[in-house]
Design a protein around this ligand. Structure first.
Ligand SMILES: *Cc1c(COP(=O)(O)O)cnc(C)c1O
Length: 847
């Protein structure tokens, strides 16, 4: 090896169009069709070849092309219009400024291991990353002062090739950052930002890059610099690559390096959002900062907690990072002294008593005021999953909330549909997508116009799929006639299903093939043809996922499926956009209840592509009987095989009895019922499942609260944080005293709905004063040895009989049916973010 320096030499941009450069570095371009058109027009072939990377395009186009553009009046008009829109966007009055003037300038930090912003920046693997990207775009739209923190992976996730045998090959091309829409972050005096992070036995240095997304920035950390050893330069090479050592190192670089990077740049967030457990080490670094500044650790924990939000994204165990305690010890023993703890107390920060390991999800939960799942159902699943950590509390009261995911509508809706909507809804909806009101005007769009548009988009998608297949077959050096044959693949008139997602096994990509004969009958009906397009990557270490791809590929080569079942390689945001904009039906068959949310179905729905999905993730919240189809039962099964059997059977029936007839029942050349469903889908799903709704919800429920709590807890030398920790310690130390001694209740009469039931409870609190606890009736319906649909009614203290013994009285209103009730005591502190911030409860024994 030898050393060389590189310089980037770009062609001169003519002065008249010089702001193209600025535009190429602001991902605002990625959801503005006219901005994209500005780049595309310069050189269409290159634009495709470079996978829509505007920075690289401007580096590689010829000066002649640029000069031609600078002299083309029509182009210049478009250019002026786009630049005016960009300036207007950047300076608009925003929702956040109007709603939260008191929070102006308070930064929200958003840490995520992946960000999916655009195909030109491949640092995402799937839904989690795309969600993070869409979160940032919506934050910019509504004016939220958010900064993202992530990692710039030299080789990204991976590029997927499908070889001649139908196996996935993972390729890891090195990205050249100077050819991508990222720039080095600079200090105020113009120096690059380099951050040292301690790893065992050495220091690793991170260079900080920045990405502009409309009004906001994401900072990306990069270890691939000459200050580091070759080994350490590879630490940020691949997303989800390497072994456990790589993983813990990456998470330290992200969490700890990320906090240090923000501080170095003078950014001091008022609230911190941990997007999935990978980033949870940020809490440890914030604890260290406070302890080093003289705050006792227990108080520091309360201060960190007060301003932190955590979102968990999957019930799949592989999605929850755990580390062996010896490994954690090796990486963190130098923190013990800094925090003033021993090994055990350090481990306790993230200890999982079940797996006896250090769990990043638990670390994040322990140090966050608010924790949420990403759909209603996923909230339930998460509460069940972690109930063992909240033992004395009913599962439904485990403090995990739900904020259902969304998508950035303007990123995912086709330009053509957007323009059609503009002409019937006006353009005001762009700035207020989460308002359901304007969407009712969709009824005004003539059916035929919408159908015509959909058919043209479908042709476009089919051409796109064919071109990818031809490229793939050419690269694989297949026979010329095989390549030529691709032009005949896929019939633009046929019912076309799309299925694209990561090939994780719980997503059950091959459920459709469970009864191949029945499928063959469906697919070979000459009157009512059906076809399906698949795409998706399997993690390179996931052999089972790769076998699913191979299995689908093999079937796609068999009759009667040839040309009707297609697998296209390298599912990325570009492939996703083409598919969700131009198939007829979006199929989703996860194993209930493993899909935390799912977002690709939302992308399809807002394009009038109709969902056919298991009632998992987001779909139970969206499905109304008229905006798509539902498959399977909302229940667990004794065995996975039984579940597959039932779901597949139901899927075939829905296809045969509902979907295919609805599509082919065309009078006057179009399917009326189908178009009704398309409209219903766009109308009901777009506002509710937008990231605009989602980020506003995060802001109202969590960010604004966390900012205020953070300030309250740290003010006056951490007075409130210190009080809360004193309170918690006192309660924990004395909770063993707390008992419900007796409950008296009138029982010997018949009760009518609406009447009050009165109770008296005698409790022993030991040294704890009554105002530090809540004594309450807990009532609900009788479930399996539990109460469900729990409600609580407070009891009030009536008097004290002996030392520590109090009488409480109160009642609750009876509802019809068999009702269960009991009395419990729980800690109560007005500074708690959630009722069970301290998960203790003492329940009445029998009465
Ligand atoms: C939207 C998207 C996903 C997530 O889709 P799911 O429905 O959650 O599986 C994954 N990958 C890409 C490229 C996407 O655009």
């Amino acid at each position: 090896m030898y050393f060389f320096r590189t310089v980037t030499v770009s062609p001169q941009l003519p002065e008249r169009i010089s702001r193209l450069k600025e535009l190429s570095y602001n991902f605002w371009f990625s959801w503005q069709p006219k901005a994209l058109e500005l780049f595309e027009r310069i050189n269409r072939d290159k634009w495709q070849e470079l996978n829509h990377n505007p920075v690289k395009l401007l580096l590689e186009v010829s000066p002649d092309d640029l000069a031609r553009m600078a002299g083309d009046q029509e182009y210049l008009n478009l250019y002026d219009q786009v630049m005016a829109e960009l300036d207007q966007y950047m300076n608009n009055q925003t929702w956040f400024a109007e709603q939260y003037p008191d929070l102006a300038g308070k930064t929200i930090a958003y840490f995520s291991a992946e960000f999916g912003l655009h195909e030109s920046l491949p640092i995402y693997s799937g839904g989690l990353g795309v969600l993070a990207g869409d979160h940032c775009k919506a934050a910019s739209d509504i004016g939220l002062p958010l900064v993202g923190v992530g990692i710039l992976y030299k080789q990204g996730y991976f590029t997927q090739y499908i070889n001649r045998e139908g196996w996935q090959e993972a390729h890891y091309p090195f990205q050249k950052y100077n050819e991508m829409p990222v720039r080095p972050a600079l200090t105020e005096d113009g120096r690059e930002v380099i951050i040292p992070v301690d790893l065992p036995g050495r220091v690793v240095y991170l260079k900080v890059w920045q990405v502009q997304i409309g009004r906001i920035k994401v900072y990306l950390l990069d270890a691939d610099i000459t200050l580091n050893s070759d080994h350490d330069r590879g630490l940020t090479a691949q997303l989800y690559g390497g072994d456990r050592e790589t993983r813990i190192s990456q998470e330290i670089l992200l969490g700890i390096g990320g906090v240090k990077a923000l501080r170095y740049m003078g950014i001091n967030p008022a609230a911190w959002h941990i997007n999935e457990g990978h980033a949870a080490f940020l809490c440890i670094e914030r604890l260290r900062e406070l302890v080093q500044a003289g705050v006792p650790l227990a108080t520091a924990k309360e201060a960190v907690r007060a301003s932190t939000i955590f979102t968990t994204h999957t019930p799949v165990p592989a999605g929850h990072d755990t580390f062996d305690p010896d490994r954690v010890h090796r990486y963190f023993n130098h923190y013990y002294g800094l925090l003033g703890v021993d090994r055990d107390s350090f481990m306790n920060l993230g200890w999982d008593p079940k797996s006896h390991s250090f769990n990043m999800t638990i670390l994040a939960m322990n140090l966050s005021a608010y924790c949420n799942g990403v759909s209603q159902l996923h909230g339930n699943v998460t509460r069940k999953m972690f109930h063992y950590l909240f033992d004395p509390i009913p599962v439904e009261e485990v403090p995990v909330f739900s904020v259902t995911n969304g998508i950035h509508i303007l990123t995912w809706m086709s330009r053509e549909l957007r323009e059609l909507l503009n002409s019937y809804l006006g353009t005001a909806w762009h700035g207020n997508i989460s308002n359901p009101e304007p969407w009712h005007a969709i009824g005004n769009i003539p059916d035929r116009e919408l159908w015509g548009l959909h058919k043209s988009l479908k042709k476009k998608t089919i051409n796109f799929v064919r071109s990818i297949l031809q490229k793939q077959k050419t690269r694989n050096q297949e026979a010329a006639e095989n390549i030529a044959e691709v032009a005949e693949y896929l019939n633009p008139e046929a019912l076309t299903i799309g299925f694209a997602r990561r090939f994780a096994t719980y997503k059950r990509a091959t459920l459709l093939f469970r009864d191949k004969e029945r499928l063959a009958r469906i697919f070979s009906d000459p009157e009512r043809p059906v076809q399906i397009i698949f795409a998706g990557k399997a993690h390179p270490a996931d052999r089972a996922g790769q076998e699913l791809i191979k299995y689908i590929y093999d079937i796609s080569q068999e009759e009667p499926f040839k040309g009707k079942i297609i697998f296209i390689e390298n599912y990325d945001m570009n492939v996703a956009r083409h598919l969700v904009q131009g198939v007829d039906v979006w199929l989703n068959t996860p194993r209930w209840p493993m899909e935390a949310s799912g977002t690709s179905g939302m992308k399809a729905a807002v394009n009038g592509v109709i969902n056919c999905s298991v009632l998992d993730g987001w779909w139970p919240e969206a499905y109304n009987g008229e905006n798509g189809w539902a498959v399977g039962r909302e229940t667990g099964y004794r065995t996975e095989d039984d579940q597959d059997r039932d779901d597949a059977f139901h899927l075939y029936s829905v296809l045969e009895d509902q979907i295919i007839p609805a599509y082919y029942n065309q009078t006057d050349g179009y399917p009326k019922e189908w178009v009704d469903r398309m409209k219903n889908s766009i109308k009901t799903i777009t506002p509710q499942f937008s990231t605009e709704r989602m980020v506003k919800e995060y802001t109202d429920r969590f960010y604004s609260q966390a900012v205020r709590r953070g300030e309250e807890f740290t003010a006056n030398n951490f007075q409130v944080a210190s009080q809360v920790q004193d309170y918690k310690r006192f309660i924990k130390d004395n909770w063993h005293h707390v008992t419900v001694k007796s409950v008296e209740v009138e029982s010997d009469r018949e009760f009518k709905a609406g009447e009050d039931m009165q109770l008296t409870a005698t409790v022993y609190l030991g040294p704890i004063p009554p105002h530090d606890v809540a004594v309450e009736v807990v009532h609900g319906c009788e479930g399996d040895h539990t109460l469900v649909g729990i409600k609580t009614s407070p009891l009030t203290v009536e008097g004290q009989s002996e030392e520590g013994v109090y009488r409480y009285k109160g009642g609750f209103t009876l509802e019809q049916g068999t009702c269960g009730f009991t009395v419990r005591i729980r800690p109560n502190n007005p500074k708690f973010a959630t009722k069970f911030e301290l998960p203790l409860a003492s329940w009445a024994a029998n009465f």
